[in-house]
Design a protein around this ligand. Structure first.
Ligand code: C2O
Ligand code: CU
Ligand code: CU
Length: 539
């Protein structure tokens, strides 16, 4: 039996209540007391009711929608000299009031939810101290920036609870765009991010021809909250498909209202800081132009877009042009990504109300051509191949095999059978692999010479989308192959994350400039934590 069929029958069995989160909510109770949170009443516990999860979750307006849009809080710079950025980020449990009158125990940087915006300039020297006041190890990874490998928060450089560590790096003069920071400890990145540890990094170019157009930063995070304001642990479906809660927040706000600039144009820098939510962004009735991707400006503006897909960990810079004074909403449309176990696909979710009432007819604007010069890519001197795959391990064997037999039997699967498929709260049978292996912190999977341009073929040999990410550099996408058809990439851009649909192959050209270990992985954080990650040694 293929895992997909197996998991589908599993989801249809009596085990559904467990698979969809009743037990994990109870597990959190203990954690809250341990972390010093206010004692809270027991959530309803009815493992036989498949609908139990719905009842225990907060309603989609429990976090009040419609509050005024607000930029993320900015991390203060304590350095006196120009060209230097120095600050401290304290990672710690924090009580946040999301549902009015209810304190949610989150994890936060400097008490901010999401973490504060780090506002940098190309050329800056950066010195940021992490103080770890969490009950477990953590690191800070500077996603997308060309930070030296030993400063990049790799899993083998964990900062112990109670310890602190200072990261030092330099932003090259030609780097600009929106980046982000988040934890990268071994096996626990997903949980630390969904509890609130993630923030945006804006790197401003020294000169920007579009700086007169007002700029907004939209850091989008995903949140699941119970009706009692708790952040529940992952259930088995989350582990398999990546976690998606009932909220997608913009700068920590639920569907805020943005008063659009009277001159009719704004630039939106959008960060997908969710664990696993695909953001198929649309602003019906108004015109979207793509100006930038993960690595900053693209070569030619892409005008007249009705939607743009921002996969987990990706960023875009959009030029939004108001088409008259009508209201509008930024929405993330439905996205089917081949979830396992019969889980429902990502439904549409409103992100932000936009109030265009002050807008006058925008004056014509001519965008620079190109937006940014791109040199011809150097020829590749080597090829590599990375295959993303899913599998079922029968190693945990007797349990797994028994569980499968039970599922096949008329009574379906009971609670005990489901529990036997989880080890330490994680599915023990599912495997997420790169080149047939799960992550090993001591293994070197690939190696590349410093400064060498290479063609990497990333193959998604599975039935689900996976966003591929590599640390320390930006790459060019050359072409994408799916269903026997090859499409050359239509415009030139820099990425550190590229989405692969089920059975898709993507060719990228990439170069690593610094010696050391770089991680590459699926950026559905649950998949990363389950081992869909490898190590590249740059020699
Ligand atoms: Cu966003 Cu390995 O990172
Ligand atoms: Cu990264
Ligand atoms: Cu994945």
């Amino acid at each position: 039996m293929r895992r997909r069929d197996f998991l589908t029958s599993l989801a249809g069995s009596a085990g559904l209540a467990l698979a969809t989160g009743v037990r994990p909510a109870l597990g959190m109770e203990h954690m809250h007391h341990a972390a010093g949170g206010a004692p809270s009443p027991q959530p309803p516990h009815d493992p036989s009711a498949a609908g139990a999860r719905k009842g225990s979750l907060a309603a989609s307006d429990a976090i009040p929608p419609g509050r005024p849009f607000a930029a993320p809080a900015t991390l203060g710079n304590t350095a006196a000299q120009p060209g230097m950025f120095r600050a401290t980020l304290v990672a710690a449990p924090a009580k946040i009031e999301l549902i009015p009158g209810v304190m949610t125990q989150a994890w936060a940087y400097n008490g901010q939810f999401p973490g504060p915006l780090i506002d940098l300039q190309a050329g800056d020297a950066v010195e940021i101290t992490l103080e770890n006041r969490l009950p477990e190890p953590t690191t800070i990874h500077w996603h997308g920036l060309p930070v030296p490998p030993d400063q990049d928060g790799n899993p083998d450089a964990a900062v112990a609870p109670g310890a602190s560590h200072t990261y030092r790096f330099h932003i090259p003069d030609d780097v600009e765009g929106l980046y982000w920071y988040h934890p990268h400890p071994h096996g626990r990145s997903g949980e630390q991010v969904y509890r609130g540890l993630a923030g945006a990094i804006r790197v401003r170019a020294r000169q920007d021809a579009l700086s007169a157009i007002p700029e907004r930063i939209l850091a989008i995070t995903d949140l699941r909250l119970t009706a009692l304001g708790m952040i529940p642990e992952n259930d088995m479906m989350d582990w398999m498909n990546g976690r998606e809660g009932q909220f997608a927040l913009v700068n920590g706000l639920n569907r805020p209202t943005l008063p659009f600039d009277a001159l009719g144009r704004e630039r939106w820098h959008i960060l997908n800081a969710t664990n696993a939510r695909y953001l198929r962004l649309a602003l019906p009735g108004h015109d979207l132009t793509l100006l930038g991707t993960d690595g900053g400006r693209i070569e030619q503006a892409q005008t007249g877009l009705s939607e743009i897909l921002v996969a987990p960990a990706q960023r875009v810079e959009l030029l939004v042009t108001a088409a008259g004074g009508r209201g509008g909403a930024l929405v993330a449309e439905t996205y089917a990504r081949g979830k396992m176990g019969g889980a429902s696909e990502t439904s549409a979710i409103p992100l932000m109300q936009v109030d265009f009432s002050a807008v006058r007819q925008p004056r014509p604007l001519s965008l620079p051509q190109p937006l940014r010069p791109f040199q011809a890519l150097p020829k590749a001197s080597a090829r590599k191949r990375v295959v993303m795959s899913e599998g079922m391990s029968m190693a945990h064997g007797s349990h797994g095999a028994q569980a499968m037999e039970h599922t096949m039997s008329p009574g379906g699967m009971g609670m005990t059978d489901m529990k036997s498929m989880m080890t330490d709260g994680r599915p023990s049978m599912m495997q997420f692999m790169l080149n047939g292996k799960t992550f090993d912190m001591r293994r070197v999977d690939l190696s590349s010479p410093t400064g060498a341009w290479e063609d990497w073929e990333i193959v998604n040999d599975s039935d689900m989308d996976h966003p591929f990410h590599i640390h320390g550099t930006q790459f060019a996408v050359l072409e994408r192959m799916i269903n026997g058809r090859t499409a050359r990439e239509p415009f030139r851009a820099w990425y550190d994350t590229v989405n692969l649909k089920a059975r898709e192959t993507v060719r990228i050209r990439i170069m690593q400039a610094a010696k050391g270990i770089r991680m590459f992985h699926c950026h559905i954080l649950e998949h990363e934590d389950l081992g869909m990650m490898g190590r590249l040694e740059v020699i």
